[in-house]
Design a protein around this ligand. Structure first.
Ligand SMILES: [Zn+2]
Length: 219
């Protein structure tokens, strides 16, 4: 169903191999255990990796990092493809406030926030919980918010094949907040649209208004 040219990569990008003149090649650490690398990291930060509180930190950190990057090992079609239901509904479907936790690829620090996704079905609707699963596929990687927003929209477009889809992401970036680069309460908003959301200004405006509205409907 999905176009192979737009299928998101499921493995981390390869590091560029070209070295600048006079630059020594990086030592080959491929045989070194993950936990040993983290132990050395702790040492370089000025810590004593043998002290009580840190003794299991390398193992915990490895486990945490593997969990936080598990999106590389998930496939969008396998994740949501079996939850498509035939439906002749042609009105906009909105899934709001999906929790999102990702890591910025520049600092490997968290950026966290909410994803809102809306679409106009074209014969198929997707089980609601699967929208959250699709967000996981792309959030659980090293990311930049703009690319993640595009990837969620594109893979929904490829797999669900709706008349149109729009995605809005509102996030706080800890690399900005903790390093004092940004005011604590500012958030970054990104959006991506496909199909009728791109072509029809009224559809797009309705979507943006519903997604960014401060007035949450009563439960
Ligand atoms: Zn960052």
């Amino acid at each position: 169903m999905s176009d192979p040219t737009t299928t998101p990569q499921t493995t981390p990008p390869e590091a560029p191999s070209a070295l600048a003149d006079g630059e020594a090649p990086a030592p080959d650490l491929s045989e070194v255990a993950f936990t040993d690398i983290i132990t050395e990291l702790l040492r370089r930060l000025g810590e004593d990796p043998d002290r009580e509180g840190l003794r299991r930190t390398p193992a915990r950190m490895e486990e945490a990092l593997r969990f936080l990057t598990r999106g590389y090992r998930m496939d969008p079609e396998a994740t949501i493809g079996d939850a498509l239901f035939q439906e002749r509904h042609h009105n906009m479907v909105i899934v709001k406030d999906i929790e999102m936790y990702s890591l910025c690829e520049h600092h490997m620090l968290p950026f966290i926030g909410k994803v809102h996704l809306a679409y106009i079905p074209n014969g198929h609707i997707l089980g609601l919980s699967k929208v959250a699963r699709l967000v996981e596929v792309f959030a659980r990687r090293l990311q930049v918010q703009e690319r993640m927003t595009e990837e969620i929209a594109q893979s929904f477009w490829d797999v669900v094949q709706p008349q149109g889809v729009g995605v809005v992401v509102e996030a706080h970036h800890l690399c900005m907040m903790m390093r004092g680069v940004e005011k604590q309460n500012s958030s970054t908003i990104t959006s991506a649209v496909r199909g009728s959301f791109l072509e029809d200004a009224r559809t797009r405006e309705e979507f943006l208004r519903l997604c960014t509205s401060e007035h949450r409907p009563l439960r």
